[in-house]
Design a protein around this ligand. Sequence first.
Ligand code: ADP
Ligand code: MG
Length: 276
Amino acid sequence: MKKVYIERLKTGVEGFDPLIKGGIPRGFFVAVVGEPGAGKTIFSIHFVAEGIREGDKNIYITTEESKESIIRQAAMFGFDFERAIDERRLVIIDALMGGRDDPWSLQELTVESLVNKVIEAKRYLGYGRARLVIDSMSAFWLDKPAMARKYSYYVKRILYRWDFTALLISQYAVTTSLGFGFGIEHVADGIIRFRKSIVRGELRRYVIIEKMRQTEHSLKMHEIEIKDGIGMRVVGETKYRREDTALPPSVTARMLASEIQKLLEIPDSEDEHSHA
Ligand SMILES: Nc1ncnc2c1ncn2[C@@H]1O[C@H](COP(=O)(O)OP(=O)(O)O)[C@@H](O)[C@H]1O
Ligand SMILES: [Mg+2]
């Protein structure tokens, strides 16, 4: 068989890259999903820190924390994001707290303004291999869950030409997990899922690669750990036990009922909210 060479970008998370044959293929759009506190942002911070180390251009869009919060979180693991910004190796686009005086703030939470800002940032950083993190995509369809798939497709289609390897973060949603057909998973080249559970009174975190095109990836759930001063690392394989990660059936049923309710209430006009 002919050997196919694929350029892969290291994530910078110790123990993770071997699970995906060395890294994420260049140009891929990878969905990073999981509940709050599962480790999505910290994983993305490592990905960008590795990009800075390797001389890539890096863009981080933050919708759920301020730019300062991301910089502080990175500093806790020894990554100097402030310096990377000064050296034109990183742009953090603040869609949450960014004021009018911040040229990299996002004044409007729409996918169009997001895409335009990302292109502007890429032009500013210059040619070359680039890493992009959108933390999170969920913010752009909070009030329109049915638009998730269409928006994700739009983002990928436009940004594809700009030499990005991207992490698109999404909060865990019952709709996507039950296969309603919405969400970024459908347009993603890869899916990395973070999970958490409480085992004997202690919070544990896990990661599993659910999809990675062109890659013979690990199919096992792995336990991860986050340590002050160090960051995230993969500890090792873990036995999947449904009771560790599943919600009780009654909770799932209630969430499902409310999701169906939401779907029934979705306005058919996209402009519905712009007059508010
Ligand atoms: N300096 C640190 N040392 C140890 N653990 C940390 C540190 N900073 C954050 N954490 C852990 O990481 C969690 C946040 O992870 P994060 O990646 O932000 O989650 P999310 O999936 O919501 O993006 C915190 O709840 C905490 O448990
Ligand atoms: Mg986060």
